[in-house]
Ligand binder design. Structure first.
Ligand code: FAD
Length: 290
């Protein structure tokens, strides 16, 4: 089923992002996490894509669909040639994948810029165009930033290309992580003023540790609210930071649900504990159905 359709229902969707395993040592944790979170009945899930582990993304997406009967979306980036991209899309179509998240892709490493494998596929909008013009019937999602993308000079520049992705055929958007809901509400208001009507799903990252917070804020451009940063600075250890992160995320989700968001999308980093604690708290507050 198309995710965009689920996002227009009255009940907000709950979804989890899993990272395709980079090596054998990550497989067991991932399997455990997928099985645990599948028990929390997400409406849909998604699996990240890296060129070196692309096959793992496709395997995991199809297995989640078959084994757990959960709609699983494959991420796909501009890391391949147009021909290779069509091969991947053909494979997905044969396997019954219904939704693709079309992305430009992360920089390969800190300090190294993303270089497209094919000049025809330099941006997510090019990948969306390829999917749509080749006649595939996938639902297509795209990324957007609640705060400014690190490469964008201004928010207006960012909005121009977000709009282009929708004009090229993206039928819903998922935001990069943000820790202050004001950025999300402002993004949605500006998008609606621009005539962008597709659902915009907030992407949420419960903070796992001081180190992971540093890595993720540097990559995404997300800022940490001053009060949260002060509490993190005073926290004695990573377990205390994790607990603070869960509490902060619960408060964010509660406000987003009260505002009527189409769904909550959790960046799990292949860990189940924080999303479970957050969902249980939201159910306890009757903000989500049990
Ligand atoms: P684009 O839309 O191409 O935007 C990149 C930059 O270029 C922006 O500054 C934008 O304003 C600008 N721009 C866009 N179009 C044009 C244009 N036509 N001309 C000029 N400038 C333009 N990365 C991965 O490698 N694998 C993943 O699985 C993955 N999953 C993600 C899931 C989500 C929900 C999100 C939010 C991000 C994910 N990322 C992933 C990271 C993403 O690839 C990076 O944020 C990347 O820097 C931008 O991707 P994009 O699709 O928004 O790119």
């Amino acid at each position: 089923m198309r995710i965009a359709e689920m996002l227009t229902r009255s009940k907000p969707t709950i979804s989890f992002e899993f990272m395709a395993p980079r090596n054998e040592s990550e497989v067991d944790v991932l399997e455990q996490t997928v099985s645990t979170l599948a028990g929390h009945a997400p409406d849909w899930v998604s699996v990240t894509y890296r060129v070196r582990t692309g096959d793992k993304t496709l395997e995991l997406v199809t297995r989640i669909k078959r084994q757990y009967h959960i709609e699983a979306m494959a991420h796909l980036t501009c890391a391949n040639s147009a021909d290779r991209t069509r091969q991947i899309l053909n494979w997905m179509e044969r396997e019954g994948v219904a939704n693709v998240l079309a992305l430009r892709g992360d920089d390969p490493a800190a300090g190294q810029r993303f270089v497209p494998a094919d000049p025809q596929l330099a941006h997510a909008s090019d990948l969306i165009t390829l999917v749509k013009r080749s006649g595939y019937r996938f639902g297509v999602g795209a990324a957007c930033s609640a705060e400014k993308h690190p490469e964008s000079p201004t928010l207006d520049h960012e909005m121009r290309y977000m709009r282009l992705k929708v004009e090229c055929g993206a039928d819903f958007l998922i935001t990069q992580l943000f820790m202050d809901n004001a950025f999300y509400f402002d993004l949605v208001r500006r998008a609606r003023d621009e005539g962008i009507t597709v659902p915009i799903v907030p992407g949420l990252m419960p903070i796992a540790s001081r180190r992971s917070l540093g890595v993720m804020t540097a990559m995404s451009g997300a800022s940490v609210p001053a009060a949260l940063q002060a509490a993190i600075d005073e926290a004695p250890d990573d377990e205390a930071i994790r607990a603070l992160g869960v509490r902060h995320c619960i408060a964010q989700c509660a406000e987003l649900l009260e505002a009527g968001v189409p769904g909550l999308h959790f960046y799990t980093f292949n860990r189940a504990r924080a999303p479970i604690e957050i969902l249980e708290a939201l159910r306890g507050q009757q903000l989500l159905a049990s």
